[in-house]
Design a protein around this ligand. Structure first.
Ligand code: KE4
Length: 427
């Protein structure tokens, strides 16, 4: 069999980069097969090294909400590049981006820019611990907040035992203060706070969990997270790296009507460039160096090219009607996928908000990680490759969300649904 250029590139990549990729999910290990090496992208499309075009529903895992190569973004980045790539000194554009973020996120009075979601979440946890003087944190099974050591943890046995690490190289001592609870389990949350509440620095959560594909907090659960944090003096940290400016203009906190103490942002605010952020009330944020005792720093934090890309992106999504149009396209896609599955008798449930969607080969929407993982992985993998072979590129893992951009046109959605009808056949 002639090896496709992607096979050749993958073989070359694996010789010099662990697993051939710079982030594990890109390696297609969950779905099998050869990852596509992307040569270029434009609008809703990506082309791989073999010249094959795909309708892109990954969007760089969220950032590309405008689609690839938006003219206003490209022009802003080109202008910024000509002025200088990095200074290691403050710039006016960082102020502009901070002001733009704060204007969109009323729960934040101040914001610190960093270079990745991991860095933002890690820094927010350190700030929460520093601001409260407490060590313990609560996270939820199925939520991902980047790969900082304290967050690479799985549930211990019961509430008395804290986390056990999920990664080699992370000593148990580092995760011993992390308690992993079941998402949407109000009773367990209340018990955990009753047992440990006075020691909890913060609770960190994806209020719409895109790392379980697409699972919402129930209103009752979201409310109890807020109430219990307030009652016990813990900080509520909402991780909006994926949902921020993606599910709506105010992120998941706007959709759910919850007010966090700290918000973690990323992806969309960088528009595809390395930029993330964390923010909250002035009294908490001013605990950060150089003002306060909580250290945090970064060579490329607030990078002038990344901030130009982020600002141009935020300007476009602030246009009237942007989210209404995006949400309508996403809803058309999800409803069409549901119809395609139903026509073939394939168990299917889906949810979406703004430009983010998720679907499960399950008869009903799951409410926690354990239910998500009851999905038929082999059947999902066949669907993934059936779509990929027909030029539709969805996330190569059943626990990952999907993303629609403003550049996806009605014809692209229609073509996607035609491919889905064929891919569901005989699944
Ligand atoms: P980064 O360090 O990858 O920029 O962000 C970490 C992060 C934090 N919080 C949430 C809610 C996230 O979704 C992420 C990263 N998301 C994954 C996709 N599930 C990025 C893709 C990848 O790991 O390559």
């Amino acid at each position: 069999m002639t090896t496709d250029i992607n096979d050749q590139l993958f073989e070359r990549a694996r010789a010099v980069i662990p697993g051939g990729v710079n982030s594990p999910v890109r390696a297609f290990r969950a779905v099998g097969g050869t990852p596509r090496f992307i040569a270029r992208a434009e609008g809703p499309y990506m082309w791989d090294a073999a010249g094959t075009r795909y309708i892109d529903y990954i969007g760089s895992w969220g950032p590309m909400i405008l689609g690839h190569g938006h003219p206003a973004v490209i022009e802003a980045v080109q202008r910024a590049v000509a002025e200088g790539l990095s200074f290691g000194a403050p710039t006016e554009r960082e102020i502009e981006l901070a002001e733009a973020i704060l204007a969109l996120m009323p729960s934040m009075e101040m914001v610190r820019l960093v270079s990745s979601g991991t860095e933002a979440a890690m820094s927010a946890l350190r700030l929460a611990r520093g601001a409260t003087g407490r060590k313990r944190i609560i996270k939820f099974e199925g939520c991902y907040h980047g790969h900082a050591d304290a967050l690479l943890v799985k549930a211990g046995s019961g509430l008395a035992t804290f986390g056990q690490t999920t990664s080699a190289g992370v000593p148990e001592e580092v995760v011993q203060h992390t308690l992993v609870l079941e998402y949407n389990n109000v009773a367990q949350l209340e018990e955990a706070f009753a047992l440990h509440g006075r020691d909890i620095a913060c609770l960190i959560i994806e209020a719409i969990a895109g790392n379980m594909n697409f699972v919402r907090t129930t209103p009752a659960f979201a409310r109890r997270c807020r109430e219990l944090c307030t009652q016990y003096g813990a900080l509520l940290v909402v991780d909006e790296v994926m949902t921020g400016f993606r599910v709506g203009p105010r992120g998941a906190q706007g959709v759910l009507g919850i007010t966090p103490d700290l918000t973690v942002l990323g992806k969309v605010i960088g528009g595809g460039m390395p930029l993330a952020a964390f923010g909250g009330p002035r009294a908490i944020m001013e605990q950060l160096a150089p003002l306060g005792p909580v250290y945090q720093a970064g060579t490329l934090s607030g990078n002038p090219v990344a901030t130009a890309c982020g600002l141009a992106t935020l300007r476009e999504i602030a246009r009237p009607g942007f989210y209404e149009s995006l949400a309508a396209k996403t809803r058309t896609l999800v409803d069409g996928l549901a119809a395609a599955a139903a026509a073939e008798g394939v168990p299917f449930s889906a949810d979406c908000e703004g430009g983010m969607f998720g679907f499960f080969l399950l008869p009903a929407l799951p409410v926690n990680y354990g239910q998500v993982m009851q999905s038929d992985g082999a059947r999902f993998n066949r669907l993934f490759h059936g779509l990929l072979a027909r030029g539709v590129y969805i996330a190569p893992a059943l626990y990952e969300a999907g993303f629609v951009s403003a550049a996806h046109g009605d014809a692209d959605i229609a073509a996607t649904l035609e491919a889905a009808r064929e891919a569901f056949r005989g699944l």
